[in-house]
Design a protein around this ligand. Structure first.
Ligand code: ADP
Length: 332
C-alpha cells in the first residue's frame, strides 16, 4: 500500500536521524577530548629536546603536530560516520518494516473483511431489488403473487438480519467479558435446549453427556459458542444421525467435544475454517445450507476470551469433532 511505503520511508529517515545524532554527537565529543589531550602526552624525543632550547620553535612544532593529528582524526571520524550512515539506514529500514508490518497486516485484514461483508450484504439486496422491480413492471399482479413476493423478500430480510447479527457479534466479541465460576454442564444444557427444535426437524438426536466441571466463564457467551458448533453439526449432518456433546478433565483442563456424524471437512479446508467468511465448497454450493462463514470465527473468539483453545478433527463422509478446552477452577 502506498501509505505504508511513505510511512516506511519517513520512519526509516526518523530512525536514521536518531542514530546519526547519537553517532555524530559521540564523534564530536571524542574529537574534542582527543584534541585537548593531544599536547599533554607528547614524547620528549631528541628533536624536542633541541627545540626546547628555542621555545618559539618548540611551540610551532607542537602546533604542527597537533594540527596534523587533529586532521587525521577528523577525517577518520568522517569516514566512520559515513559507514555508520549506511549501516544506520539499513538497520532503520529493517526496524521500520518490523514496526509497520503488524499494522499493515491488520489493515489488510480489515479491508478484506469489509469487502467480504459488503459482498455478502449485496446478494440478498440484489435479489430483493430485482424481485420488486419485476413486480412493479407487472400491472396484472394478483394478491397471491404479491404474497409470494413479500414472502421471498422476508426471507432475504431474515438473511440480512442474521448476517448483521453475526457482524455485530464479531465486533462486540472483541470487547472484554465478565468471567464468573460456572458449571460446564449448565452451559451445555442451555446450548442444547436452544437447538432442540432444529435437530428435531432433521430427526437428529443430540446426546448431552457434559459433566458439571467448574470453569471461569461468561455462561451466555460460552453457550453461544456451543450453539454455533451444534448448529453447524446439525446443518452438515444427514437426517437421523446423532450428535454427542461430552466432556473430560485432564491436566487441569476441562475438555468439551462436539461430535457429529456429518459430511466432514476436507483436509485442505481444515486450516481455513476459522477464517472470517470462509466456507468449504460443499457448503457454498449446497442450496439448503445457509451461512456466511462467520460462525466458527465467532466461536473461536469466544473460546479465546475464556483463555481456552478450540481445535477440529474431521473425516470426510464420517464426521467432525470440535474440541474445546478451558482451565479448570480448582476447588479448595
Ligand atoms: P457457516 O455459516 O458457513 O456454517 P462457519 O464459520 O460456522 O460458517 O463454518 C465454516 C465452514 O466450516 C462451513 O462453511 C463448513 O464448510 C465447515 N464446517 C463447520 N462445521 C462443520 C461441521 N460440523 N461439519 C462439516 N463442515 C463444517
Amino acid at each position: 500500500m502506498k501509505i505504508f511505503r511513505s510511512a516506511t520511508f519517513k520512519l526509516t529517515a526518523f530512525y536514521t536521524a536518531i542514530l546519526m545524532v547519537i553517532c555524530i554527537g559521540f564523534s564530536v565529543v571524542l574529537y574534542r577530548t582527543s584534541v585537548d589531550s593531544l599536547g599533554e602526552g607528547m614524547p620528549l624525543g631528541a628533536d624536542w629536546r633541541q627545540a626546547i632550547a628555542r621555545p618559539s620553535e618548540f611551540d610551532q612544532l607542537r602546533q604542527v603536530y597537533i594540527d596534523d593529528a587533529s586532521h587525521r582524526l577528523a577525517s577518520k571520524l568522517v569516514g566512520i560516520n559515513l559507514v555508520m550512515l549506511a549501516f544506520a539506514a539499513g538497520v532503520s529500514y529493517y526496524l521500520a518494516r518490523r514496526t509497520l508490518e503488524p499494522i499493515e497486516k491488520a489493515m489488510e485484514a480489515q479491508g478484506r473483511f469489509t469487502s467480504d461483508a459488503s459482498h455478502e450484504l449485496r446478494t440478498p439486496l440484489a435479489v430483493m431489488q430485482s424481485e420488486i422491480e419485476v413486480a412493479l413492471r407487472d400491472d396484472g399482479l394478483g394478491k397471491s403473487d404479491l404474497r409470494k413476493l413479500l414472502q421471498s423478500n422476508l426471507e432475504e430480510v431474515e438473511k440480512l438480519r442474521g448476517l448483521s447479527d453475526r457482524l455485530l457479534r464479531l465486533s462486540s466479541a472483541e470487547k472484554t467479558i465478565d468471567l464468573v465460576p460456572a458449571s460446564l454442564e449448565d452451559i451445555a444444557i442451555a446450548a442444547t435446549t436452544r437447538v432442540v427444535a432444529q435437530a428435531q426437524a432433521k430427526n437428529i438426536t443430540v446426546d448431552n453427556l457434559v459433566k458439571p466441571l467448574q470453569i471461569q466463564a461468561d455462561p451466555a457467551s460460552l453457550a453461544d459458542a456451543l450453539v454455533i458448533l451444534l448448529d453447524n453439526a446439525i446443518k452438515y449432518s444427514p437426517e437421523g444421525s446423532k450428535i454427542t456433546l461430552d466432556s473430560s478433565q485432564n491436566d487441569g483442563q476441562a475438555v468439551v467435544r462436539v461430535v457429529d456424524e456429518g459430511i466432514g471437512i476436507k483436509a485442505s479446508d481444515l486450516p481455513h475454517i476459522f477464517d472470517r467468511f470462509y466456507r468449504a465448497d460443499t457448503s457454498r454450493t449446497s442450496q439448503n445450507v445457509t451461512g456466511y462463514g462467520l460462525g466458527l470465527p465467532i466461536a473461536q473468539q469466544i473460546v479465546e476470551q475464556h483463555s481456552g483453545l478450540i481445535s477440529v478433527t474431521s473425516l470426510p463422509g464420517r464426521g467432525t469433532t470440535f474440541t474445546l478446552s478451558f482451565p479448570v477452577v480448582t476447588q479448595r
